[in-house]
Design a protein around this ligand. Sequence first.
Ligand code: C5P
Length: 398
Amino acid sequence: MQGKRILLGISGGIAAYKIVTLIRLLIKSGAEVKCILTPASCDFISPLTVATLSKNPVGIEFWDKSDGTWSNHVEYGLWADVFLIAPLTANTLHKLAHGGCNNLLLATYLSMKCPVIVAPAMDLDMYIHPTTKRNLEIIAGDGVLVIPAESGELASGLIGQGRMAEPETLFESLEAFFENSSELVGKRILITAGPTYEALDPVRFIGNHSSGKMGFALAENILRKGAEVVLISGPTKLDLKHNNLTLVKVQSAENMLHAVQEHWSNSDAGIFSAAVADYRPLNVAEQKIKKSEENLTIELIKNPDILGWAGSMKSEKQILVGFALETTNGKAYAEDKLTRKNLDFIVLNSLEDHGAGFGFDTNKISILDNHNNFTSFELMSKANVAKDIVNYLKKYLK
Ligand code: C5P
C-alpha cells in the first residue's frame, strides 16, 4: 500500500467510529489518506480525530466559513487512486444513485476519476428494503464496487445483515484492489470447496461444518491474478461472480468426482480444499425414513477419493495441492497423504489452533511440499491465507 492515495468518504452512521481503525491500518501500511466527512457523520466521529490520524485536513463543507477557503472536489478526484465510502448510509447511497450533490462528499463522487468502492452499513430492514437493493444495483451498474454488509449484531440490538464490513476486511479489499495483476493469465485452475451432502433419504443427509470460505477465498485471489477458475463447490451460502469463473455447484462426493473428472485434464493446477465426506449411506431410501425402531443402523460405504483420483491422473506439468485437517499427528498424516495422493504440496490446518478451520474467518496453516520443506504461517484471515497458498503455487506454475 506504500504511497497509494486513499480517499475515504465517511457518511453519518454509527459504524463511522470503526473508520479510525481503518485509517490507522492504512497509515501503518504506508498509504496516504485524506478524508471527506458528510456533515451528519460529524455527530458520530470527530473531524479532529480523523484529521489527526490521517495526517491531513478533513473536508466537510464546500468552503471553510472561518477563512473562506474552498475545498476543491475536483482536486480530490484527481488526487485519489481509489475512493472508499465507508460507512455508506441509506441516505448517501440514495444520493449517489440519483446524482444528489448537496455536500462535498457527493460532489467529489461526481468528480471522481478513480474507481469507487462502498461499504454500506444500516439496520437490517433498511438493508433488505427493495429501495436499498435497487440503489445498490444502480451504483454497481455505474461501476462502483460494493463490499456487502456483514451479518451480526447491529447497533439497534437486532441481529441480521447490515453491519459494515470490519476495518480489516475493508483494508484487505483495498489491498486486493491494488494487487490486481495479470501474473496468472492463461492458466486454468480447478478448485474444490465446501462440504458434501450424502443423502440418507429425500430430506436428510450426512454432512459437515465446512463453510467453503477457504476455497472461495482461493478462487477470488486467483481470479484477481487473471487465471480462469473452475470452482466445484458443495452446498454453501457463498456466491461468486466473475467473467473467468465457472462455478459448478454439487451436492455429494460422487457429483463432485464427476465434475472434477470433466475439468481436471485441461487444468494447469488443482487445489482440493473441499471437506469431502469419507463415507455415504449404502442405500438411499426413496421415501422419508419413518420413525419406528428404537435404534436405526445406517450402513455406510466409502466415497471415492477425488483428490486421489486427480493425483493418479496427474500429468508431468500439472500441479496438485491438497488440504489436511487433523486433530492429532497432523504432520505425519500430511506426509503420508502427500506421497499417497501424488501431491506437489499439502496445506495443513489443525483443529487444535483456536480460530482455525471450519466456519471461522481466520485460519492457521502450515505447508509441506514434495521437497520436504515445512513452512508454518501465522493465524490470519482466510483471504490472507489464500494469498500465501497462491504465492506458493506460483513458484510451481511455470
Ligand atoms: O485423506 P483425507 O480425506 O484426509 O484428505 C484430505 C484431502 O483430500 C483434501 O484436500 C480433500 O479435499 C481431499 N479429499 C477428496 N476426496 C475425498 C476425501 C478427501 O478429494 N473423498
